[in-house]
Design a protein around this ligand. Structure first.
Ligand code: ADP
Length: 592
């Protein structure tokens, strides 16, 4: 994972993607700001020329003798200015928020798409809940950066420049005095920014942990309940949640303190302005109306300044989640196509492992020089205790990982010569716990070949001996399957997975047998369909049942990262070696 991902190019490209909507919103907002800068001026005319004795400005010269009419006109002007300011402001905001949300959407899309491509090495190394949190929540950070950072910054700068021009026009000395407060504000801002970065990193780390914890325990709910560990889970959760709340409280404290100190500096500045400005009116250097405009502006001046300080903290807070998303985007998939990799159309299915070494962690090899060949029509069973490396070996064939030494060959070619996705299309998988998606039975069967016709789906289901129980379901093939298929029995799920493999019709098939015993009727049905499925294909089975190893053409007995024995079941039992012992231990069957 990249340690210091460059954030701004990513942020900028997301903002550029919405530039049209964003620009419309920005222009409307700038007009609204211009209207708000006009606000104090009608008040000045009322105080100086209508209530006081300063001559009317040229635009109202016609009302010189009719002050009530002048008052009404100026009041109406004030109303119009306010309506324009508020209306344009609201209109602009809808555009800007739309742009911000679309940026979040685009970022979600990019990171989700990237996660789909990232290798298992990446996914294995992190909690699913953490990735979910990054895609779902951390992606809002770009909206915060845009709507809570960039736009308020541009608006505040525009307001400040506009006011500065008007203030310099009124009184240079007072303007410079107003600016004298800026360094104090800048220092405060800097101090709180640093604090904010620390506490927000802590908060997001805790939040993500909580989310990972929920994900982990809910997906293992059966196990938790079976072991009656619910209370421990709740305790673990409440500790995690409490840590997250504490961090959030600390973050809020920093925010509140920062606003308080900025507010205090602002108040001191405003009071000083009124005091000095009042003296200048007494000395006859400024009209009362002008002082009023000035005081209003001074009040408004600190608004944008504290907005800027708020922006810094908001953006700092958003940068941490944004960095977490960009970290994923910048992670390069370790499995990829090398330059010139060819697409694999239809292979024969001759699989060869040549001196394959592999380990998930350096210096801890799981496979230590594995050699074998499997040919089409052969059923190859991998045998050995749990953790010996059977699934790992098959993961290498699927190119979820690459060997550290040696080669995996398909039809005599190193599989790294092929585009990896086209390689995977040649391989059908029936996992130990088939994963079913929350769609219809029909879509689940067609997962490996979405374009399949209904007839093909029916044929596959019949071959897998699943047709009968599917028809007995309330809506037959259109019956929706509950989340993760909990409404189906293990045997039914297994047969749906077999139907999926039949339909995919790939030259190579990998089957990880369920460890839990299927009822004998289901087992016979599964074996019969397996017998059909193996015709002309290379079939790999991670064998957990005696009936399967008996059927296999070649058993590969794994021990300590190597194949220690190979042959048919009867031959190996007769040899009375390693397999004969494993056989007795694993299948509880005495060697015959
Ligand atoms: P089997 O399929 O024979 O039960 P595996 O191939 O699943 O065995 O595991 C072989 C070894 O590799 C075990 O020690 C296991 O802990 C380890 N292992 C499996 N998957 C991973 C992984 N994703 N990351 C790290 N170690 C793993």
């Amino acid at each position: 994972m990249n340690e210091t991902p460059k954030l701004w190019p990513h942020a900028w490209s997301l903002i550029r993607g919405q530039q049209r909507v964003a620009l419309v919103g920005l222009v409307l907002t700038l007009f609204s700001i211009a209207a708000s800068l006009l606000q104090p001026w009608p008040l000045k005319i009322i105080v100086d020329s209508i209530l006081g004795s300063v001559p009317m400005p040229a635009s109202l010269a016609g009302f010189a003798d009719n002050k009530p009419a002048a008052l009404l006109t100026v009041c109406l002007a004030l109303l119009v200015i306010n309506v324009v300011r508020g209306g344009l402001g609201a209109w602009g905001t809808t555009y800007l928020v739309r742009a911000g949300l679309r940026m979040t959407q685009e970022l979600r899309f990019r990171v989700y798409e990237h996660l789909q491509k990232l290798s298992l090495v990446f996914h294995d190394s992190r909690a699913v809940g953490d990735s979910i949190y990054r895609v779902t929540w951390d992606t809002y950070s770009i909206q915060t950066i845009f709507n809570g950072g960039l736009i308020p910054l541009v608006s505040a700068i525009a307001t400040l420049i506009g006011m500065m021009i008007w203030m310099l026009h009124l009184d240079v000395v007072l303007t410079l005095l107003a600016l004298a407060i800026a360094p104090a504000l800048a220092l405060t801002i800097k101090r709180y920014n640093r604090l904010m970065t620390d506490v927000s990193t802590e908060y997001y780390t805790h939040e993500s942990k909580v989310s990972a914890m929920i994900q982990e325990s809910l997906s293992a709910i059966r196990t938790i309940q079976a072991f009656a560990r619910e209370e421990d889970e709740v305790r673990r959760f409440s500790t995690g949640a409490a840590q997250s709340v504490d961090a959030n409280v600390r973050m809020t404290k920093v925010q509140v303190m920062s606003s308080f100190v900025v507010g205090l500096i602002t108040a001191v500045g405003t009071v000083a302005m009124i005091w000095i400005g009042g003296q200048r009116v007494l000395a006859g250097r400024l009209s009362i109306g002008e002082l009023l405009v000035f005081i209003t502006y001074v009040g408004m001046l600190y608004g944008p300044m504290s907005t800027i300080s708020g922006i810094a903290t908001a953006v700092q807070g958003a940068l941490t989640p944004f960095r977490r998303v960009i970290e994923i985007l910048e992670t390069k998939p370790t499995i990829g196509d090398k330059p010139g990799a060819r697409p694999l159309t239809r292979c024969n299915g001759v699989v060869r492992f040549e001196g394959v070494w592999f380990g998930y962690v350096t210096d801890h090899p799981v496979l230590k020089g594995v050699d074998f060949e499997a040919r089409p029509g052969q059923m190859v069973a991998l045998v050995g205790p749990s953790g010996v490396g059977k699934s790992t070996l098959l993961s290498l064939l699927l190119r979820f990982y690459d060997p550290q030494k040696g080669r995996v060959l398909l039809d005599g070619q190193d599989i790294r010569e092929f585009q990896y996705r086209s390689l995977r299309r040649q391989i059908g998988i029936v996992p130990q716990e088939p994963v079913l998606f929350s769609t219809s039975v029909r879509d689940n069967i067609a997962y490996g070949r979405p374009a399949a016709t209904l007839d093909e789906i029916l044929e596959a289901a019949r071959a897998a001996e699943a047709d009968e129980f599917i028809r007995a379901m309330p809506q037959g093939y259109d019956t929706p399957i509950g989340e993760r298929g909990v409404t189906l029995s293990g045997g039914q799920r297994q047969r749906l997975a077999l139907a999926r493999a039949f339909l995919k019709n790939s030259p190579i098939l990998i089957l990880d047998e369920p460890t839990a015993a299927l009822d004998s009727e289901t087992e016979v049905a599964v074996l019969r369909s397996l017998e059909r499925l193996r015709q002309g294909r290379t079939v790999f089975v991670v064998a957990h049942r005696l009936s399967t190893v008996r059927q296999a053409d070649l058993l590969l007995v794994l021990h300590d990262g190597q194949i220690v024995e190979r042959g048919r079941h009867d031959e190996l039992v007769a040899r009375g070696g390693h397999y004969a012992r494993v056989c007795e231990l694993q299948f509880g069957a005495p060697p015959q």
